[in-house]
Design a binder for this molecule. Structure first.
Ligand code: BEZ
Length: 209
């Protein structure tokens, strides 16, 4: 069975384009956007790597470290990063795991034999500072990921953690949030003195400035 939300992200030691890392040590105290891609020198991956690099300041603002992975070598990654930088007009600085032996890809269930026996699919793991997996997404090989959604869900996770609320469909920062059904009205009065709109007893929206 694959990894699930709430599981501790398995630890590993591996070579990356920024040297050898122990994952938990490297991630310590940060959120992590850990994402796999099928192979170096492929077109969709080139755009995804470029986009991640272009968004470096957005990830940093949210205390998120990006970490890529494919089942290629450090030398292959380094050569390809030159192409990513040239074609996507960026300067890629985050590490990419060189998982030629498929050790980490197998640990994280990133190889789906219906797509490929050797290459990873487009898995996403959003991992919190306690190394807990908070979100998983899996995209097929032929479709690039939506980075607006990746940043949005990080914002939503961080906001809901901070304020003990839930975020409705398509929520964006600044919009109303939902008081969790596990919070009684008596508790809500203390937590949300600004009040709330009660559309149904289980559907209460509040505004947090
Ligand atoms: C790509 O990353 O561009 C890609 C990889 C495998 C199949 C199709 C596209």
């Amino acid at each position: 069975m694959g990894l699930r939300i709430g599981d501790i992200a398995p630890d590993f030691d591996i070579e990356t384009t920024k040297g050898k890392i122990n994952f938990h040590e490297w991630a310590k105290g940060n959120w992590v956007f850990f994402f796999s891609h099928p192979a170096d020198y492929t077109p969709v991956c080139t755009t995804e790597m470029g986009r991640t690099s272009q968004l470096a300041s957005e990830f940093a603002k949210r205390n998120v470290l990006p970490l890529g992975l494919s089942t290629d070598t450090v030398d292959e990654h380094l050569g390809w990063i030159n192409d990513v930088n040239d074609t996507q007009n960026t300067d890629l600085q985050f590490p990419i795991v060189a998982d030629k032996g498929k050790k980490v890809a197998e640990l994280y269930d990133m190889i789906h034999s219906g797509e490929s026996d050797t290459a990873a699919v487009r898995s996403v793991f959003i991992i919190d500072p306690n190394h807990k997996i908070r979100l998983t997404m899996t995209y097929p090989m032929a479709v690039g990921r939506n980075f607006d959604e990746i940043l949005r869900v990080i914002d939503a996770l961080q906001f809901s953690d901070k304020h003990n609320v839930a975020c409705p469909a398509d929520w964006r920062p600044g919009e109303k949030v939902i008081i969790k059904p596990t919070v009684s009205n008596e508790e809500a009065e203390k937590l949300f003195p600004q009040g709330w709109d009660e559309l149904r007893p289980y559907l209460r929206f509040t505004e947090i400035k």
